[in-house]
Design a protein around this ligand. Structure first.
Ligand code: AMP
Length: 545
C-alpha cells in the first residue's frame, strides 16, 4: 500500500522558490572580480535567475544541455546555479586552475553548449575557444562597459543577455532524478571523470548540511564560502543557504589571508568553509599582524575539509579564534559530504588535548552515508579505531557511475563505492583517514600513515608545509621520506625535525631522511600531488643501514 502523501519531486527550483517566499531579504554579499563588494538578496538572485532562464530559452537551451562556467564565487554564479539547473539544463562548473588542456578536454567531453566566464579568465577563454567544439557562445559575466577585448567568436555580455528578459518564469516540473549539475574529478591519474549530480541528490545533501550534526546551517548564519563554487558546488552551500536563508558571503578571487579576514569582520561571518591551505594563510596573516580574532570576529564555526586538518591549525582556531572546528571529509563523488566531526555528550568534560585528538578524526557519517572499512580480501574490519582498510561508502548522494560510463563499473555487487581512501572507524563511529590507498607507505608488511606524519611535522614552528612519500627500501620494502617547505626566514635541521617527530609518532614510523624544497606540487584543488613528488624523488636513494 502506498502512503497518501503528496508526491512532489525534490527540485532545485523549489529551493529557490522557498527562499523567495520565506527569506527573500536574506543577503548575498560578493567580492567582485573588479574588487568592490556587491550586495543583493535571494529575491534579487531569484529574479535574475528567472531572467537568465528566459534568456537561455531564447538561446534554445534544451533540458539536459550542459552549460559550462569558469567563475569564482559570486552572485552571478549563484544565478547560474539556480537558473541553469532550474530550467532543466545541467550546470557544469569547471575548475579554472586545471591545466588548459584539461579544461579543453573537460568542456569537449561534457559537450558544453554555452560557457559563462568571469573576466579573470578572458585570456584563457580566448586561448581555448577555437578548440571548444560544442560551445555555441561564450558569455562574459559582466556588463557592457567592462567587456573584454578578446578575439572570441560569439562573445556575449551577461548583463545584456538577461537585461529586458521577463522576471516571470514557470520552472518545469522535472523528474527529481534528472541531472542538475556536474563536476569533473581532479584526475590525479588519467583524464578527469565527470560526476553528474541530480536534483534529488542535491536536495537530500543540502538537508544534511542544515542539520545540527551537519554544519548546523540556519538563517542566523553569515556563511563565508572560501571553498570554490567550481569545486563540488562549494560543498553544496549555495543550495543549503537558499534552503535555510543563511546569508552567503562570496569572496571572488581574493583568497589571501588579509582579504578573508576583512570579509569575516565586515560581513560578520559566523561560519566559514575551506581547505586547510586557505586557513593556514589566514592564521599566518593573523599572526603576522598580531590581530585578535576572538574579539574582532563573530566566527563560531570553521569547516575544514578537502585534506586532513593539521592539529596545530585546529588548535589555533579553537584557542586563538575561539571558534569550533568542524573537520569534514568527502569527495566529488559524494556531493561531497560524507562525515562531520562533531562532539558527543561524553566529550563534554574532555580536556583540550583530548578534543584535539578527536578533531584529528574526519568524523561520523551523516544520515545518507553508510560506511565500512574492508581488508584486501574484502572482509569487513572491526570498528575498533585501529584496524585500517579500504573505505567504502553507499548512499543516495553518492555516485553510481561516471559520466559516459568512463572507468566502467565502479560499484561492487552490493552497491558499495571504493573511495580510494584508507581509514579506521572507532567504536563511536568516528572515521579517520590514514591515507589515500596509493600514498600509504608499506614498511615491513605494516602501513605507515603519511597523513599522520605530515600533520605532526606541520606542528613544528619552522615548517610551512610537509609531505611524506615512500622510498623503496631493500629490507623494509618502503620507508618514509619527509619533504618540507620551511617558513621564510626559519630553519630546522634534520635532527631537530626528527627529534620533534619522535615524541609524536611511533618510533618505527620516523622518516629515514628529510629533504628540503622551495615548494610542493599541488593539484588544481590544492591537494598535495604525491605522484608528482614521487616522480621528483624517483632517483632518490636512502642510506640503507
Ligand atoms: P575531491 O574529490 O577532489 O574533493 O577529493 C576527495 C579526496 O580528498 C578524498 O577521497 C580524500 O582522499 C581527500 N580528503 C577530503 N577531505 C579530507 C579530510 N578531511 N582528510 C583527509 N583527506 C581528505
Amino acid at each position: 500500500m502506498l502512503g497518501l502523501m503528496q508526491d512532489q519531486p525534490l527540485l532545485i527550483s523549489s529551493v529557490l522558490e522557498h527562499a523567495l517566499s520565506a527569506h527573500p531579504w536574506s543577503e548575498i554579499s560578493s567580492r567582485t572580480v573588479e574588487g568592490p563588494m556587491h550586495h543583493c538578496t535571494y529575491a534579487d538572485i531569484g529574479r535574475r535567475a528567472k531572467q537568465l532562464a528566459n534568456a537561455m530559452t531564447s538561446l534554445d537551451v534544451q533540458p539536459g544541455d550542459r552549460i559550462g562556467t569558469l567563475a569564482w564565487n559570486g552572485y552571478r554564479h549563484m544565478e547560474l546555479y539556480f537558473g541553469v539547473s532550474g530550467m532543466g539544463a545541467i550546470l557544469h562548473t569547471i575548475n579554472p586552475r586545471l591545466f588548459p588542456e584539461q579544461i579543453e578536454f573537460i568542456a569537449n567531453h561534457a559537450e558544453d553548449q554555452y560557457l559563462f566566464f568571469d573576466l579573470s579568465f578572458a585570456a584563457l577563454v580566448e586561448q581555448l575557444a577555437p578548440r571548444m567544439k560544442s560551445v555555441k557562445a561564450f558569455i562574459a559575466l559582466t556588463d557592457r562597459s567592462r567587456m573584454p577585448a578578446i578575439e572570441v567568436p560569439n562573445l556575449l555580455c551577461y548583463e545584456d543577455l538577461i537585461d529586458g528578459q521577463s522576471s516571470e518564469y514557470a520552472w518545469p516540473v522535472l523528474d527529481e532524478r534528472a541531472a542538475s549539475s556536474m563536476c569533473y574529478t581532479s584526475g590525479t591519474t588519467g583524464n578527469p571523470k565527470g560526476v553528474l549530480f541530480s536534483h534529488r541528490s542535491t536536495i537530500l545533501h543540502s538537508l544534511a548540511l542544515c542539520t545540527s550534526d551537519g554544519f548546523g546551517l540556519s538563517s542566523a548564519d553569515s556563511a563565508l564560502l572560501v571553498v570554490p563554487m567550481f569545486h563540488v558546488n562549494a560543498w553544496g552551500m549555495p543550495y543549503a543557504g537558499a534552503m535555510c536563508g543563511a546569508k552567503l558571503v562570496l569572496p571572488g578571487p581574493a583568497l589571501d589571508g588579509e582579504s578573508i579576514y576583512e570579509l569575516m569582520r565586515t560581513e560578520e561571518v559566523t561560519l566559514a568553509l575551506g581547505v586547510p591551505t586557505v586557513w593556514m594563510m589566514l592564521q599566518q596573516h593573523v599572526e603576522a599582524r598580531g590581530l585578535d580574532p576572538a574579539k574582532e570576529l563573530r566566527l563560531n564555526r570553521v569547516v575544514i575539509g578537502g585534506a586532513a586538518a593539521p592539529r596545530a591549525l585546529v588548535e589555533t582556531f579553537e584557542t586563538r579564534f575561539d571558534t569550533r572546528v568542524l573537520h569534514v571529509w568527502g569527495m566529488t563523488e559524494m556531493s561531497p559530504l560524507g562525515t562531520v566531526c562533531t562532539r558527543l555528550p561524553k566529550h563534554r568534560t574532555a580536556r583540550l588535548d583530548e578534543l584535539l585528538d578527536l578533531q584529528a578524526k574526519q568524523g561520523r557519517a551523516l544520515f545518507g552515508v553508510s560506511m565500512k572499512v574492508i581488508d584486501a580480501d574484502g572482509s569487513e574490519l572491526p570498528h575498533d579505531g585501529k584496524a585500517s582498510g579500504h573505505l567504502l561508502v553507499k548512499g543516495p548522494w553518492i555516485v553510481s557511475q561516471y559520466f559516459r560510463g568512463e572507468g566502467g563499473r565502479i560499484l561492487d555487487d552490493a552497491g558499495w563505492f571504493d573511495t580510494g581512501d584508507i581509514a579506521t572507524i572507532d567504536p563511536d563511529g568516528y572515521m579517520q583517514i590514514t591515507d589515500r590507498a596509493k600514498d600509504v607507505i608499506k614498511s615491513g608488511g605494516e602501513w605507515i600513515s603519511s597523513i599522520d606524519l605530515e600533520n605532526a611535522a606541520i606542528g613544528h614552528p619552522a615548517v610551512a608545509e610537509a609531505a611524506v612519500i615512500g622510498i623503496p627500501h631493500a629490507k623494509w620494502q618502503e620507508r618514509p621520506l619527509l619533504v618540507v617547505v620551511l617558513k621564510s626566514g626559519k630553519a630546522a635541521s634534520k635532527e631537530e625535525l626528527l627529534g620533534f617527530l619522535e615524541t609524536r609518532v611511533a618510533k618505527w614510523w620516523l622518516p629515514d631522511d628529510v629533504a628540503y624544497v622551495d615548494e610542493l606540487p599541488h593539484t588544481a584543488t590544492g591537494k598535495l600531488q604525491k605522484m608528482k613528488l614521487r616522480e621528483q624523488f624517483r632517483d632518490y636513494r636512502l642510506a640503507e643501514g
